[in-house]
Design a protein around this ligand. Sequence first.
Ligand SMILES: C=C(O[C@@H]1C=C(C(=O)O)C=C[C@H]1O)C(=O)O
Length: 381
Amino acid sequence: MDLNKIRTDINNVDGELLSLLAKRRQLTLNVARSKEIDLKPVRDQEREQQLLEKLVALGKEQGLDAQYVVRLFQTIIEDSVLRQQAWLQGQQNTSQDLVTVAYLGAKGSYSYIAAHGYFARRDHSLVELGCANFDDVIQAVERGNADYGILPIENTSSGSINEVYDLLQQTHLQIVGETTETIGHCLLTLPGADLSAISTIYAHPQVISQCSNHLRQYHGVKLEYCASSAHAMAQVKDSQDPTRAAIASKAGGELYGLEPRQEKLANQAENESRFILVSRKAKDVPVQVPAKTTLIMATGQKAGALVDALLVLKNNGLIMSKLTSRPIPGNPWEEMFYLDIEANINSDNMKQALAELVPITRFIKILGCYQSERIMPTELE
Ligand SMILES: C=C(O[C@@H]1C=C(C(=O)O)C=C[C@H]1O)C(=O)O
């Protein structure tokens, strides 16, 4: 048995797998073209169900277990659905090849990785504009220095990112997209550093809050808050001090020559962040694509006013996937409500609901309508 020879054979098989995946992706884009013409929804879960059943049976014949086959194809189908949606949206809106994206931090920050994930599905070339804080991200887009800004809005471990919600109250920018990224926090050090000698850990405050359970075990270790995860990694790299560590992603660590020493540090095993994309101009969401509309409203302090507003949604058959509230600057004790509604702003029931909401709210503003990128995998029945 020649190990090198076997590995070469494996490499060849992996190469073939990749070519087949690329070929499959191309075919699914042809499906999107046909859906563009007959206005069929992108997602067809009945077809996915049939596909999975067939593949599980085929896999069984070749000794591949059902769970493995299902997991693999859920990932492949997710990519195919997101690509088709992105393609259709690109068809409906004039899209440029080169886009500038403002994000928090520098190369390797979580926002940087999310921006690359989002635009990888859209065949755009990216010009990156790293910013010092969330406000600068918004301003870069408002002033026209960037086409898009990417901002984290909520996280499965730490909840809503209030600072971003508050900025959305003030800006005229529109939310034009969303993307969810798995946030795998790692403890990163210089290569070979002695873990027991770590005296300072650098991280963004959001990251510290998401890893609070893990961080409790470090007694006598100083926590230094940083403006972004990229700054945290730069602190370790630039100092070349082996007693310093950063919490950031594995992919980010690679860009800074840092080694992951401990992984999965977040409080929730499934640590995910949802990011939104903001732009100066709203974008149309094609009818074939699941859409989300985000709006903010203030109802005034009348008893039952929020209930009345929510009843409007219910009576129009609208599903609300998120409701959150934030104080209104200058209006103590009054709250601004943020609602995510599973509907296209151009749909009849959304238009009707808005018409009914305007007279019963003190203030209402659409923050944006965008394609919903959360793909719930089809399970084998
Ligand atoms: C490719 C299609 O679009 C979607 C993606 C599928 C896939 O990747 O196999 C299957 C069904 C649809 O949810 C299709 O409709 O055939």
